[in-house]
Design a protein around this ligand. Structure first.
Ligand SMILES: *[C@@H]1O[C@H](CO)[C@@H](O)[C@H](O)[C@H]1NC(C)=O
Ligand SMILES: *[C@@H]1O[C@H](CO)[C@@H](O)[C@H](O)[C@H]1NC(C)=O
Length: 300
C-alpha cells in the first residue's frame, strides 16, 4: 500500500514538474494542403515553457536536404521576403509557390526548462492548377477502325483527372449508361487521358475536347474536329480530289504568275522602246522652245 502511494506521489510530482519545466509545442494541422498563390499558416504554438524568450527555428526539408527558413530571428533561404513569423512561432506564407512543397520543422529550445527542446513536423503540399492540356484528335478516321484520342497535361498537382467532351457534351464514363452514347465502343481513361474507340462509327464524328481537372482548378484544350468516313476508299477519293484541286490551283497560280512575269517583261521591253522616242521628244520640245522665242504670240 505504502509503496503504491509513494509511486503515485512520484508520478504526480513528475508530471507536475514536466508541466512547468518542459517546452511543449503543438500545431493545429501537421498535413497542410494549400492552392498555389494562396496564403497559408504553418502553426506552431508553445504550449508550455518557463523560459522567457525561447530560441525559435524553422527548417525546411526537401528531398532529404534540410535548409533554414527561420534562423537568428530572421527569415532566410528561398522564403526570404515571402514569409513572416507570427506570435508565438507560427510561419505565415502569404503567397505560396509550388516550390514551397516540403516537410517543415518548428524547433524550440528553452534553456531554463528541464526538458529544454521540442520540435513539430508539418508537411506542406501545394496544389497546382493544371495548364491547358495537349490534345491529339485524328482529323479523319475510317468507320470500324480502332482510333485513339489523347490528352496530356504536365503541371497540375495532384495529378489531374481527364474528361472528354463531344460537341461540348460530357462523355459518360461508360457509354452503356447513356442512351445517346449506348452504341459507342469507346473506353475513357481518366488517369491517362486516353479515349480509345475499339471500332469508331459515323455517329462518333464531332468536335472533341478534353478537360484536365484537379482540386486547384481545370483547363480545356481547344475543340478539334474528328470526321468519320465509311471506308478508306472514301478517304482516298477525298484525298485524291483534294490533290487534284490543289494541282489545279497550283497550275492556275503558276500560269497566272508566268503571265504576270511575261507581261511585266513586255512592259519593260515597251518601255525600252519608248525611251529613245521620249528623249527625242524632249529634244523636240527643246527645239520648239527656240521656236517659241521667235513666236511669243503662240503661247497666248
Ligand atoms: C503571387 O506570386 C506570383 C509569382 O510567384 C505573382 O505572379 C502573383 O501576382 C502573386 N500574387 C499575389 C496576390 O501577390
Ligand atoms: C444502337 O444500335 C441499335 C441496333 O443497331 C439501334 O436499334 C439503336 O437505335 C442504336 N442506338 C443509338 C442511340 O444509336
Amino acid at each position: 500500500m505504502a509503496s503504491g502511494r509513494r509511486a503515485c506521489v512520484t508520478v504526480l510530482l513528475c508530471s507536475l514538474c514536466c508541466m512547468t519545466f518542459a517546452v511543449i509545442l503543438r500545431t493545429i494541422d501537421n498535413d497542410v494542403w494549400v492552392n498555389e498563390f494562396d496564403s497559408t499558416e504553418l502553426t506552431c504554438f508553445i504550449e508550455s515553457t518557463s523560459t522567457n524568450s525561447p530560441r525559435i527555428e524553422w527548417k525546411k526539408v526537401k528531398n532529404g536536404v534540410p535548409s533554414y527558413v527561420y534562423f537568428q530571428n530572421k527569415i532566410s533561404g528561398d522564403l526570404e521576403n515571402r514569409a513572416l513569423l507570427i506570435e508565438p512561432a507560427t510561419l505565415l506564407i502569404p503567397n505560396v509557390s509550388r516550390s514551397d512543397s516540403a516537410m517543415y520543422r518548428c524547433e524550440v529550445a528553452a534553456i531554463d526548462d528541464l526538458k529544454d527542446f521540442d520540435e513539430i513536423r508539418i508537411r506542406l503540399a501545394v496544389r497546382v492548377k493544371p495548364v491547358v492540356p495537349q490534345c491529339s484528335v485524328p482529323s479523319s478516321v475510317t468507320a470500324g477502325h480502332f482510333t485513339e484520342l489523347r490528352c496530356k497535361e504536365s503541371q497540375g498537382y495532384p495529378l489531374p483527372h481527364y474528361q472528354w467532351f463531344r460537341d461540348n457534351e460530357e462523355l459518360p464514363k461508360d457509354p452503356k449508361t447513356s442512351i445517346r452514347f449506348y452504341n459507342s465502343s469507346y473506353v475513357m481513361n481518366a488517369k491517362t487521358g486516353s479515349l480509345k474507340f475499339r471500332a469508331v462509327r459515323k455517329e462518333d464524328a464531332g468536335e472533341y475536347h478534353c478537360q484536365a481537372r484537379n482540386d486547384a482548378g481545370y483547363e480545356n484544350c481547344a475543340p478539334q474536329l474528328m470526321k468519320v468516313y465509311d471506308s478508306e476508299i472514301e478517304i482516298l477519293v477525298l484525298k485524291i480530289a483534294a490533290g487534284v484541286m490543289s494541282f489545279i490551283l497550283l497550275t492556275a497560280g503558276l500560269r497566272l504568275a508566268r503571265k504576270h512575269i511575261c507581261c511585266s517583261r513586255r512592259d519593260q521591253r515597251e518601255n525600252d522602246y519608248r525611251v529613245p522616242p521620249r528623249d527625242s521628244g524632249k529634244d523636240d520640245v527643246r527645239a520648239d522652245e527656240g521656236h517659241f522665242q521667235h513666236k511669243p504670240s503662240f503661247v497666248v
